[in-house]
Design a protein around this ligand. Structure first.
Ligand code: CP3
Length: 368
């Protein structure tokens, strides 16, 4: 299909594919304008992990179904996706899923245990383990996510963009190798250094599957995608550049042209230039960095997303408003800032405080 060109010359790229609502309201939404570093009426905001246990309605659903069942039931996954937008009045939705869903069809055995987080039954520890992984056919094994995207796109207001996502190759590989959460990433780093052939083969597999997975979400109706590199901050810049950057770069380059990519990492303050080199239209910043300095470091030819400390949402409305203002002042009204937390919403966050943050960011534009 040929992209539609408006009278003012703008191409409505969100109307190119999929059966979702096609409207200029979507293309011109503050979130997508910020992704393209265009001026918007106000700074758009959404929150990483905006759907989750801090919401009473989410906990009620989780009393009836497990986390994996929730992810694999498209109507329910779409429902919690849309619910978060309705409740918080954020400027974008993120599809309810998980960065680890992609490892299940590789055959490693994925489980989410109560209170312990994710676990992998058969961790990958050698080149032989890598060779035994199954090649992922996302249309067969992850179609429930695409269906959830289609339903959510239909149910969201026409002007609210939907974000698709996946884990970055390093973070996904680290779970596959460690078998679960880790502090030291000892096994991951030993495979990286002792058997770079196996390491590269593993990351190439993850990139192939993740590229298909992101493009499948885009085809189904996502307007932007985010790549989460939650654990990459455990590496030094040299290791990152040599053993990780080329893979993340290959993934980001494989995303359908015209769809903005947000590239987010945690604890990346000392390697932001390298993160930026790996790609992304918008660089996600954690709360440890000063947004103004970080934006200067990554360059004004990309947008930035962030970066309020999630712990601030555990304080008072006054403090939330004060801290939000500090970050907005650091962004200084430059087009291309998407307000977000510096990492996900904490499970003990009062919903009222998350709402207060969204209101504060929206109101600030009025008084600017
Ligand atoms: O942001 C959203 O609202 C969309 C949903 C989303 C989830 N996970 C749902 C989820 C997103 C974007 C993710 C990404 C994700 N998953 C990341 C990257 C973001 C980050 O926080 O760094 C990571 C590292 C994971 C892996 C993962 N999944 C962990 C470590 C856990 C356990 C953490 C915990 O809080 O228990 C999960 C489970 C998970 N994923 C939950 C949710 C809502 C909690 C499940 C539950 O008990 O209901």
């Amino acid at each position: 299909m040929i992209p539609k060109v408006d009278a003012d010359g703008t191409v409505e790229r969100d109307s190119v594919e999929g059966d979702h609502v096609k409207s200029g309201a979507l293309y011109n939404s503050p979130f997508l304008r910020a992704c393209r570093r265009e001026k918007a009426d106000y700074t758009p905001i959404w929150l990483m992990r905006q759907a989750g246990r801090y919401q009473r309605e989410y906990r009620e659903i989780r009393e009836k179904v497990s986390f994996l069942e929730l992810c694999k039931t498209p109507e329910l996954a779409a429902q919690v996706t849309v619910m978060a937008v309705d409740q918080l009045n954020v400027d974008a939705a993120i599809i309810f899923a998980d960065i680890l869903l992609i490892v299940e069809p590789m055959g490693v055995g994925l489980a989410f245990n109560k209170g312990e987080g994710p676990s992998i039954a058969r961790p990958v520890r050698s080149g032989r383990d890598v060779d035994q992984l199954k090649e992922v056919n996302v249309g067969e094994s992850l179609s429930f996510v695409f269906e959830a995207v289609r339903i959510a796109r239909r149910e969201l207001a026409p002007g609210v963009p939907l974000i698709g996502f996946c884990g970055a190759p390093f973070t996904v590989a680290s779970y596959m190798i460690e078998g679960g959460a880790s502090r030291e990433f000892a096994q991951t780093r030993s495979l990286m250094h002792d058997d770079p052939g196996a390491w590269n083969a593993l990351l190439e597999r993850i990139v192939r599957a993740s590229a298909d997975y992101l493009n499948g979400q885009i085809m189904a109706g996502a307007q932007a995608v985010q790549v989460f590199d939650s654990w990459v901050g455990c590496l030094d810049e040299q290791e990152y550049r040599r053993l990780v950057l080329p893979h993340t770069q290959a993934l980001i380059r494989a995303v359908s042209p015209g769809t903005p990519v947000i590239h987010f990492g945690v604890n990346t303050g000392s390697m932001l230039k390298a993160i930026r080199e790996a790609g992304g239209d918008v660089i996600g910043l954690d709360w440890r960095v000063n947004l103004a300095e970080a934006w200067e470091t990554v360059g004004y030819d990309v947008g930035v997303q962030g970066n309020l400390d999630p712990n601030v949402l555990l304080t008072s409305t006054d403090e939330i408003r004060r801290q939000a203002k500090i970050i907005l002042n650091q962004a200084a009204g430059r087009p291309g800032h998407i307000f977000n937390l510096g990492h996900g919403v904490l499970p003990n966050t009062p919903v009222e405080n998350a709402k207060a943050l969204v209101d504060a960011v929206h109101e600030y534009a009025v008084g600017r």
